[in-house]
Each structure stands twice: as structure tokens, then as C-alpha cells.
Design a protein around this ligand. Sequence first.
Ligand code: HGY
Ligand code: MN
Ligand code: MN
Length: 405
Amino acid sequence: METGLTAENRLIEIAECSLPGDGVTRFPFTDEHSRANHLIAKWMRQAGMEVWLDAAGTLIGRLAGQGARASQTFILGSHQDSVLNGGGFDGIMGVALACLAVEQAFAEGTEPDFSIEVHAYADEEGVRFPTALLGPRALVGSYDPQVFKMRDNDNVSLKDALAAFGGKPGAIHSLKRNPDDTLGYLEMHIEQGPVLERENLAVGVVTGICGIERNTLTLHGKTGHAGTVPMQGRRDALVAAARIIFEIQKEAKKLEDLRATTGTLSILPGAVNQIPEIVSFSLEIRSPDDAGRNGFRSFMIDYANSIAEEQGCRITVEQTYEQPAQDCDTRFRTLLEAASTSIQGRSISLPSGATHDASAMAALCPIGMLFVRCRDGVSHVPEEYASPEDMGQAIEIAARFLRTL
Ligand code: HGY
Ligand code: MN
Ligand code: MN
């Protein structure tokens, strides 16, 4: 329980590293991120780690192994960033619990025979820039240099923001890790759903992570005076977009495990008495089944093209982000289930509808995830909460897991 209270106090303190407003708003490569990294570095040093910022802006703590497997590294981590007005647990809790689990696992001076790292990734949410997972993808060697050109709402490029923050865009290619030297990756994360609360269990073992993609659809119509242009023959980009967005929901409802969401929409000229000319909106699709997600996207793009033609609009579709579905490693799941049962008396396993840094790390090494009970199942809101008791259980389970690796 004591480690759970330490976690709670650390999370309360780091939640202050936020823009003003409800909840936590901490975007990558900002002053808030810099202040948060200062606190995370203290957590890592408290666990006996040396600390540095890598070229992709990931804060890394490392505890060198003392035995035969010293050249091999087991990584724990999660992301430091939040959504706009988000909660104080999504991402950052996984970093806090990782530091405490390492401290607890090897508290008695029994250094691990392998090396251990804790990573605080800069950007998992993809809110400031329309991309995400630069940190883990740099370690995997799967990042796309094109993302450096992406710009935030203040027209600042990811490349300039990263460089100003202390990262080295030109050196990211050198971060690629050797899979043979990477034992695996464990991420602890608030569940962001209702299952553990319903099952009345503090910690669950994750079976796999859904696949995800994000697309931007843009309709180009023709603007004009709202009062003088007849209804017949209008090329109203917003009417076309609305028809497509409605169909997205209608079709997605037919597919049990698929989720499709339009979370952003922009309208130009955007005046009450002008016919909309350019309308852009996001289409995010998630599913544990990549083939099903691809099929849904194809269907929706065909439909969007037919509506654009019917409304006399031109349409462009750009995929800005994709991450395939990933299974968690069966050996890690077995070890985590055993640790969970020894501490909680039982263990349950569940899938993740949210994506995580582990989604990208799966291309480098075996992954495992633990979910921590989430009050009312809500996340990405200021009310997001995990109790110190539950966090203490997760720390204990992770520490036991590390000692069995
Ligand atoms: O969107 C997600 O699933 C994650 O919270 N970034
Ligand atoms: Mn997260
Ligand atoms: Mn999130």
C-alpha cells in the first residue's frame, strides 16, 4: 500500500505540469513536458537509474544488469503526454508505477542479472501533431521521417519542436535497438474501461491491443451567398460530409468489435451566410481484426466517393496514422497471470480497445500489459482515477513478474 501512496503523491505533483484549465493538458515538447521530465528523472534516480533524454525526446532511466544477461535489456514504460483536459493517470501512471516496481523488485540490493530501463515516451496521444509513437517507433526503426514536417495549430513543425526541446531529429535513426538485446516490454496502464470495476479486481492482464488508423477526408465544393444561390445545383461540402459521417456510424454499428469515430471537423469559409466550400474531418477506425478494419475503410471510401459525386464535390482521403493490432506475449501473460493470482487470489485477462506505446514496441520485442482498475470506466477526462491500493497491487505484481523473468 505504501508504494501505492507514493505513486498517488507523485501523480498529484506531476499533474501540475499542465496548461491551465480542467484536468491535465500536457503536450509533447512543451514547457509542461519539460517540467514533467524533471520530476520523472527524480523518480528514475530514486530507483537507482542513470537518466538521459534520447534523440526522439524519450526520457530513459537505466539500471545496468550485474549478471550473465547484463547486455540484454527489459524495458518498462508508457507515455508522459495527455489529451486536452485529460486525466492524471492515462500514460503517466505507467511511468510512475514502472519506477516503483523496479525499486521494489530489486530493493534488497539484489540487482537484476539483466539490465532494466524505464521509458517516458513524449507523444502517444497524437493530439499536438497528427502522428504519434515517435519514441517507440524510433527504437523499432519504424518511424517515418515525413512526420517531422507535420505542424501543430501554431504552425510549429514537429522537427523544430523536438529540436528546441533537446531532441535530435537528425540522430533518430541511430536509436534503433537490436531485438536480440531486448528481452521485452511491460506497460502498466489505467484500463480506460469498466471491466475490472465490474469484476471487482484491481489489476488485469491484457491479451492484445486493437489496431488503429486515422484518415483525413476533405470535401471540396463551391461557396456562394446563402441567400441568393438556389438550393438546386449547390455543391455544399458540409452536406456531403454530413452524409458520409452519418453512414460511418450506421455501418460501424453493424460490426461488433469495430469502432469508428469522427472527432474533428473544420469548415471553410465557416460563415453563417456562406455555403461551405472546404470541409475536412477525421475518420478513426479501430478493431482487433486488421482485415475487418481494412474492409470497413474500403467500404467507407467507396461510399464517400459516391456521395461526393452526387453532391458535385471533389474528395481527397489521406491516411495520417496506422498501427496494426498486436497480441501480448503468451509467456509474459502466463507470468503476469501467476503473479496476479499470487497477490490478488485470481487473475482475469482482457483486450485493449485503446492503443498504447506497447502497440509499437511489439515490433521490437515481446510485450506484456497490465491494466489497473479505472473508476467508472472513464478516461480522457479530468475525473479519470485509479486508487493507491490498486496501484500498489500493480506495482507488487510487476515487481514479482520482473523477479521471475
Ligand atoms: O487513442 C488511444 O487509444 C490512446 O489513448 N492514445
Ligand atoms: Mn494511454
Ligand atoms: Mn490516451
